[in-house]
Design a protein around this ligand. Structure first.
Ligand SMILES: NC(=O)c1ccc[n+]([C@@H]2O[C@H](COP(=O)([O-])OP(=O)(O)OC[C@H]3O[C@@H](n4cnc5c(N)ncnc54)[C@H](O)[C@@H]3O)[C@@H](O)[C@H]2O)c1
Length: 248
């Protein structure tokens, strides 16, 4: 699944699934733009993936909810690589869990802004640049969630944002097919990252008992599916929703 010669942007690259994706992309030969709002996490990811002798990758502080920050990320990419990334992974995401009766408007808005609007803003900015530069084989991978398919108690904001990501993906795939850009979504189940650390043990046990494979996933197991969708091995796949859930 070679990505030699490719340039990839990974939002949320400072942690969890995003970091694992940066690692596998770089192992497959890609240059990676590690973009996140967490500068310390960006540095740690770069330390993991950078060959000591040369700076093949780039770290950029990014807030996906702000157009100015996204434009700055694009400018830095063009400065260093003289081209935009042809692979875009929308992995930045947050949760602010609460029951609907208690959920604040701020927490609803914040989750929609990061997970759904942030994905839209990144797609718009970077797809425009891919087209302007005449790049013919773009691949955008958006990270949804299995709970965005079925709902989950205490996550109305998160599940709605992730359901939105699926339909944003399908619409973008239809609009971009003639431009040579594929757009797909990956739906992780329960994956061992910081995101699920705050989930109470009782809830985790209940989830685990519903997973046919009987365990949570590793971030790398999501990153491998993302890498397949990023590579030319998936050249006829667009508008797809791929579940990586241990059968959940
Ligand atoms: N862990 C799971 O079980 C699971 C399941 C389904 C889907 N997901 C999705 O996978 C993606 C990655 O999550 P993870 O589990 O690796 O979590 P994580 O918390 O380890 O990583 C999320 C990253 O997103 C970054 N981020 C948050 N807001 C941002 C913003 N406004 N701008 C830029 N970066 C921002 C964080 O700094 C962090 O580095 C998310 O979209 C999440 O919703 C995770």
């Amino acid at each position: 699944m070679s990505l030699v010669g490719k340039l990839a942007l990974v939002t949320g690259g400072a942690s969890g699934i995003g970091r694992a994706t940066c690692r596998i992309f770089s192992k497959e030969g890609a240059s990676v733009i590690v973009a996140d709002r967490d500068p310390k996490g960006i540095k740690d990811t770069l330390d993991i993936i950078n060959d000591k002798s040369k700076e093949k990758h780039l770290g950029v502080e990014l807030d996906v909810t702000k157009s100015s920050s996204i434009n700055n990320t694009l400018e830095k990419s063009l400065e260093k690589f003289s081209k935009p990334p042809s692979i875009i992974v929308n992995c930045a995401g947050i949760t602010r869990d609460n029951f609907i009766l208690k959920l604040s408007e701020e927490d609803f808005d914040e989750v929609i802004n990061v997970n759904l609007k942030g994905t839209f803003l990144i797609i718009k900015t970077f797809a425009n640049s891919i087209v302007e530069h005449g790049i013919q084989n773009g691949s955008i991978i958006n990270i949804s969630s299995i709970v965005g398919k079925y709902g989950n108690i205490g996550q109305s904001n998160y599940t709605a944002s992730k359901a939105g990501v699926e339909l944003l993906t399908k619409t973008a795939s239809k609009e971009f097919a003639k431009l040579g850009i594929r757009v797909n979504a990956v739906f992780p189940g329960m994956i061992k990252t910081n995101m699920i650390e705050s989930v109470p043990d009782k809830v985790k046990d209940r989830f685990r008992s519903m997973i046919p494979m009987g365990r949570f996933g590793e971030p790398e197991e999501i990153a491998e599916a993302i890498t397949f969708l990023a590579s030319d091995k998936s050249s006829y796949i667009t508008g797809a929703s791929i579940f990586v859930t241990g059968g959940f």
